[in-house]
Design a protein around this ligand. Structure first.
Ligand SMILES: Nc1nc2c(ncn2[C@@H]2O[C@H](COP(=O)(O)OP(=O)(O)OP(=O)(O)O)[C@@H](O)[C@H]2O)c(=O)[nH]1
Ligand SMILES: [Mg+2]
Ligand SMILES: [Zn+2]
Length: 285
């Protein structure tokens, strides 16, 4: 039988085939093939009554993300909370880089706009000016979700963001489903890591990967390649004097000029510099 893995917990894979969910295990020999099935994979599996099923084969993946660990994604949607917890744009930019690297479409969702509208608009401007499809919403207010819901139609959407960014709230509101939602610690203003496993949830025409929050991401790219994953640089790099300009210390740099003119967000550019240093130092060890 052929189906799609929608959940993985405790060594069991839950596979959706038509409208039935089968509980299965991966066969041991997957280890030798250096492939382990992940949520989102389309697989071939055997299932006999009263017996646990087995996954026999993983079909080729269209793409995959490492954080969150999912495959066959149409769009990576990065959830950025305005407040409670405060956004972490370094993490947002790294998540974007990973998706750019994998060639996956990206959208940015500024959530919890009810908590600080001015700040929400500020964040919205950074990411929409950089060239991303950007939404400004309150997951707790359905009225603000219409546009995002329309965008998700007929797609498989992978949500990511820190704990309490609102991933499960958004999943629940868009799919009209009960999903476990956490809260924010009074003391630290951070989330409690309520969602523990990746799960692919769906209604008839939308698939959403609800995923656990994460607060760090390890990029496996060369510092010299980093500039290719900041899409807004593309509009200005022709003005750079050097063809292989990294837009850092080089003279006559179109990107730096655009930052000074306010055409490229300072915030994004500063994160570029920090991530570049990080990748360079990593390469040296
Ligand atoms: N004020 C406000 N609170 C929100 C909004 N969206 C989510 N929350 C609250 O934020 C808290 C965390 O929401 P979740 O949906 O559980 O967050 P999550 O991203 O799934 O978190 P993890 O599963 O821990 O990664 C809950 O108390 C939500 O009610 C919003 O737009 N406005
Ligand atoms: Mg959650
Ligand atoms: Zn340059």
């Amino acid at each position: 039988m052929k189906g799609k893995i929608i959940k993985l917990t405790g060594g069991y894979y839950y596979i959706k085939c038509d409208d039935v969910i089968y509980e299965t295990r991966a066969r041991g020999n997957f280890r030798h093939q250096n492939i382990s099935p992940i949520v989102g994979d389309v697989v071939e599996f055997k299932y006999e009554d009263n017996n646990l099923g087995y996954i026999e084969k993983v079909y080729p993946r269209k793409n995959m993300l490492t954080r969150p660990r999912v495959s066959n994604v149409d769009v990576a949607v990065i959830i950025v909370p305005v407040k409670d917890p405060k956004y972490n744009l370094m993490l947002v930019d790294k998540t974007i880089i990973q998706a750019e690297y994998e060639g996956i479409d990206i959208a940015v969702v500024i959530n919890k706009m009810d908590l600080d509208e001015l700040e929400a608009k500020n964040l919205y401007d950074i990411y929409s000016n950089a060239g991303f499809k950007t939404f400004m919403i309150s997951a707790t207010n359905k009225e603000t979700l219409k546009e995002l819901k329309d965008f998700c139609k007929h797609k498989t959407v992978a949500l990511s963001g820190v704990s309490a960014a609102g991933k499960s709230s958004i999943t629940s509101a868009i799919l009209d489903k009960d999903v476990q939602i956490g809260d924010v610690s009074n003391k630290t203003r951070r989330g409690r890591h309520t969602t523990r496993h990746v799960e692919l949830l769906y209604s008839h025409d939308i698939y959403i990967f609800d995923t656990p929050g994460f607060s760090s991401i390890d990029l496996n790219i060369e510092s010299e390649d980093l500039k290719n994953y900041f899409r807004e640089f593309n509009n200005y790099r022709e003005k750079c004097k050097f063809k292989d300009c990294n837009h850092i210390n080089e003279p006559k740099c179109g990107v730096k000029e655009a930052v000074e003119n306010g055409d490229i967000s300072k915030n994004r550019y500063e994160n570029y510099l920090l991530i570049f240093e990080e990748l360079k130092n990593k390469g040296e060890y």
